[in-house]
Design a protein around this ligand. Structure first.
Ligand code: TIU
Length: 219
């Protein structure tokens, strides 16, 4: 079975393919969180919610594995590099109080996944301290034990946590497909270039497609 994609059709092996949803957290998508604190317009990311909901529903209905990630830190901030804390010279930074609790701190409301895409019991949630989902997490071990070799990667943001994760996955031997309407950036130019970088040079990091094309293959 293939999924229509760029730079060429993706050989879809459902038994070995997981949906990996990156950082669809209130801190990034809702007003008052980390994303807005960095000076970003959160409405740019919200258009990905609908396509992700449709893909997630179909993926679950097909009985295929779903994993979610969240970017954030321990309440004592012992896993927060000082460089990450002070970057941006913002008045408010990671660990400080915000409208949805302490910013990017595990257990706080803003750190959690938006209700529209909330994980079901049994769907692994990977808490990650960095941008990539493989760095300092057990994601590779969980995928390996389930025989996963392919990832459909969605979420936010396209050029930061999605791109970093796709690159990490590629170096670990996974084939990654990114549906363009299920990933979002605060910056339209980074959305475009982030996707181009993945599929350039014969698919240097992976494939780019759309949710509709993945849904067609699932049907
Ligand atoms: N700022 C930005 O674009 N993204 C992040 O800080 N984290 C994720 O992409 N999840």
């Amino acid at each position: 079975m293939t999924i229509d994609a760029e730079p060429y059709p993706f050989e879809f092996a459902p038994a070995a393919c997981a949906l990996l949803i990156i950082d669809m957290q209130r801190d990034f998508l809702e007003p008052g969180g980390f994303g807005e604190m960095l000076g970003n317009d959160v409405s740019q990311l919200r258009r990905t919610i609908g396509p992700n909901q449709r893909l997630l529903a179909a993926w679950r209905a097909a009985g295929l594995p779903v994993l979610h990630t969240r970017e954030g830190h321990r309440p004592d901030l012992s896993d927060l590099p000082p460089a990450k804390k002070v970057r941006g010279r913002s008045k408010t930074c990671i660990g400080d109080s915000g409208p949805m609790g302490r910013i990017l701190v595990r257990g706080e409301a803003g750190h959690d996944i938006i209700p529209e895409l909330y994980p079901l019991p049994g769907e692994p949630v990977i808490d990650k301290p960095g941008k990539g989902a493989f760095y300092a997490t057990d994601l590779h071990a969980i995928l390996g034990s389930r025989g996963i070799r392919q990832l459909v990667v969605t979420g936010v943001t396209t050029e930061v946590c999605v791109n970093t994760t796709v690159r990490e996955a590629n170096d670990r031997g996974y084939d990654c497909l990114v549906p363009d309407d299920c990933v979002g950036s605060y910056f339209p130019v980074f959305q475009e270039m982030g996707l181009k970088m993945i599929k350039a040079q014969g698919g240097i990091f992976g494939w780019v497609s759309s949710s509709e094309k993945v849904l067609a293959a699932l049907r």
